[in-house]
Structures are given as C-alpha cells and as structure tokens.
Design a protein around this ligand. Structure first.
Ligand code: UDX
Length: 425
C-alpha cells in the first residue's frame, strides 16, 4: 500500500483522497484553509457530495488532514495536486495554486511521483517538469492523471470510471500510478503528458458541444413546433450518437465546463489557432441562460415590480455548488429588469444571488409570485403538489428550464407551462 499526499481539500481532492483511502492507501490531505481542515478533523464534511461523508468516516483511520506541507510530503509515494485552477481575467487558467504546490516541494528528498489531478492547459506538465528539474528535484516523477468525476456522482465516477487516463514522461512513473489504482476496474489509457492533458479538455469540450448543440436544436424546435424532448430521444437512440448530454435546458454551468471551455479557447488562441466551434459553443450557452428572461417578458410584459420564483440555485442537482450556476445570471438579469426574486434550493446557499429572498421550501418561494422558473432539476420538484403551488401564486406561470415536468400535468394543475424547446399547448 502507498502513501498519498493530496494538495487541495475541495470537491476533487476530498473525493480523490477518500477513494484512495478506500483502496487501502494512507492519505494525507493538505489545504491552506484552516477552517476547512478543522472541520474535516472534527468529522464534518465541508461540501455536499453524496457518499463522501460515509467514505471519509469509514476510512478515517487511513486519512489525515493538515495545513502543513511537510505532513503531506513526508514519506509520500505520490503527491496529488487537486487545487483550483479558476479562470483569470483573460480567460486563461490561473495556475498560481499549482505553482505554489510545486515550489513547496523544494527540499523533497525522497523519490515520489507528482500527479496532476487539477485541470490544466496542455503544456503545463512540461513546464512543471522543467521547474522540478531546475530545483534539482529529478527524483520527483510527473504524471498527468485527469479527473472525469461529475459533482453529485463523484464517488461513483471515481470508483467505477469509464477510463483512467495516465500520461507520463517516464513509463515507470505511469506504471506506479496505474498500480495505485489497483482495485478499480476500468480501461487504462496510457499516453504522453500533453495528450493526457488534452484528453481532459477535449472530453469536456465534447460534452459542452453536445449541450449547446441540443440547446440550439431546442431553440429551432420552439420556432418550428417540434418537441426537443422527443427529438433528443429519437436522436440519442442512434448508437453512433448515444443518449447522454442531450438534455436541452438553460445552459451548462458549474466549476468545470465554463472555465475549461474558456481555458481551451485561450490555449488555442495563445497558440495562434482560432477555435471557431468552441467559440460558438460558449456563445450559445451564454445566450441560453438569458432566454428565460425573454420567455417571461413574452408572458408578463415588463418585469418591473413582478415577483419571480427561482426553483433551484445550485448549477445542477445533488450538489451545493453554485459556481457559474445559471441561477446567478437569471437573478442578476431579473433584478436589472426591476423584478423581485424569491429563490429556493434544498442545499445550496443563496447568498450569492443578488438581492433575492431565500425561502426554506418551494411552496414558500412561490407565494404571490407572477412566475416560477425551474432552474435546477431537483427531484423534490417532481414530487411537488403543483395544484397547491398554483394556488399560492399570483399568476401560475411556469418556465421549466430543465424540461423536467410533464406539461400536461402542469397545465391540468392550472399552470401556463413553457419548457425549453417544447411545443406550446
Ligand atoms: C463535468 C464533467 O461531467 C466531468 O467529467 C468533469 O470532470 C467536470 O465537469 P460537472 O460539472 O460536475 O462535471 O457536471 P455535469 O453533470 O457534467 O453537468 C455540467 C453542466 O451541464 C450542468 O450545468 C448541467 O446542468 C449541464 N447539462 C448536462 C445539460 O445542460 N444538459 C445535459 O444533457 C447534461
């Protein structure tokens, strides 16, 4: 069994650490936020990720949480980097947290493998290798081992992945990382470091392209009288296409897609290539988030003084993450149009929403509203008593931004219902 130091106790670092501990390895997770480390030591999980709490408590014996670099590095066979790489003002990935970790390794004596889990531009590994060599750390190997875990299902995605990607400069380092994953059944893709870095960016770009594609099909459905839900079903059954990531809606958000699409766009641009298709994917997504406002205006006219309930704040269900959530753009636009915003979410904290009244349950959010928007497809909304919901609103208008509800049922419950790309009644 190995000893693994993990830098970063966020969504990726905690899941990675807990899953390696579950495989029997000793794991030390290091973060710079004292509050986070204290919570973890006390057995409290600072993020909402299904299955993570159980995994951490089951493996508590094999897991340590620390603020000290030395604790994570000491005796470590692997040093996983799982720090954030947020976009900079220019859209490039901000790698400062990655460089800090690399610099903190100065003086490391024991041979170890530095493994990049964070999403980084292609070429980062080569730069890190160079920096390690400059610092005399040629006993430290470097491997790119990107993550493909989606929030809400991250533990399962780690334990039952579609594939494990390992890009190494030296085959022995790649072999060691492959061995570290023993116990996980999945195809392993071995490659050079740059290709592994690109696999991650390209996989995300492909998924985003599908979403923007189906969103544009949805928009054409709206003006031609077709129903995108049926269309996606019929298209997705083609084995060459497949059914996933064909749900039309109010656009993708989250901690990965928006940032990684910008980073790939800028990576291409910095290398002198104009990535036309990706630019379109990004632009379609931006417009898609705003289309709901147009729909509300079509029904209500001016939104000044109107009350709009946002059902869901998180960027998707089963997470408390609000990074790049469509709810933020919607709330901002609604406030700018002079509307009052009420919002509900079962787990996400609504404090990031500009000037919204946060409500404890969905019916309360609907009180006196002129319209409701399904922003996040939380299962609670499928179970809601929509007849009662209609009764609490001033005007029972529902824009289903996720196409999660049955239009006929909603209309029978008294609603004017509109989805995304679904034929009007
Ligand atoms: C994504 C990737 O799936 C994961 O492999 C990568 O490691 C990180 O980014 P995540 O952002 O957690 O994971 O969630 P995901 O389930 O992929 O959804 C991303 C966004 O796309 C969400 O906003 C979701 O609502 C949206 N989406 C997804 C759609 O609009 N339609 C779909 O059909 C699927």
């Amino acid at each position: 069994m190995s000893r693994v130091g993990v830098f970063g106790a966020g969504y990726v670092g905690l899941v990675t650490g807990a899953c390696f501990a579950e495989l029997g390895h000793d794991v030390v997770v290091r973060d710079v936020v004292a509050d986070r480390i204290e919570q973890l030591r006390a057995g409290t999980v600072p993020i909402y990720e299904p299955g993570l709490e159980e995994l951490l408590s089951r493996n508590a014996e094999r897991m340590t949480f620390t603020l000290e670099v030395a604790d994570a590095v000491e005796g470590a066979d692997f040093l996983y980097v799982a720090v954030g790489t947020p976009p900079t003002y220019s859209g490039d990935a901000d790698l400062s947290a990655v460089w800090t970790v690399v610099d903190e390794l100065a003086g490391l004596e024991r041979p170890a493998v530095l493994v990049m889990k964070s999403t980084v531009p292609v070429g980062t590994g080569a730069k890190v290798r160079h920096r390690l060599d400059e610092r005399g750390l040629d006993n430290v190997g470097y491997v790119s081992n990107p993550e493909f875990t989606a929030e809400g299902t991250a533990v399962r995605d780690f334990q039952q992945p579609d594939r494990i990607v390992i890009g190494a400069f030296a085959a022995a380092d790649g072999d060691a990382v492959e061995e570290l994953h023993r116990g996980i059944e999945a195809p392993v893709v071995r490659s050079d470091v740059a290709s592994a870095e690109m696999i991650k960016l390209a996989a995300n770009a492909a998924l985003m392209t599908r979403i923007s594609f189906i969103n544009e099909i949805a928009n054409v459905c709206e003006v031609t009288g077709a129903d995108v839900v049926r269309v996606a079903e019929g298209v997705g059954l083609d084995r060459r296409i497949g059914p996933s990531f064909l749900r039309a809606g109010i656009g993708y958000g989250g901690s990965c897609f928006p940032k990684d699409s910008l980073a790939l766009k800028q990576l291409a641009a910095n290398s002198g290539y104009h990535f036309q298709l990706l630019n379109a994917v990004i632009e379609v997504n931006e417009l898609q988030k705003r289309r709901v406002i147009g729909k509300l205006q079509q029904h209500l006219g001016s939104l000044r003084g109107k009350t709009v309930a946002l059902l869901g704040i998180a960027f998707k269900p089963n997470t408390d993450d609000v990074r790049e959530a469509p709810s933020l753009v919607l709330a901002g636009r609604l406030v700018a149009e002079g509307a009052d915003v009420r919002a509900w979410d079962p787990v996400a904290d609504g404090s990031a929403l500009p000037r919204a009244t946060i409500c404890g349950d969905p019916l309360e959010a609907l009180d006196g509203a002129d319209a409701a928007v399904v922003v996040t497809e939380w299962p609670q909304l499928a179970q809601l008593d929509w007849r009662a919901a209609a009764g609490r609103m001033r005007n029972p208008l529902l824009i289903d931004g996720r196409n999660m509800l049955d239009p006929d049922e909603l209309r029978a419950a008294g609603f004017t219902y509109e989805g995304i790309g679904r034929a009007a009644a």
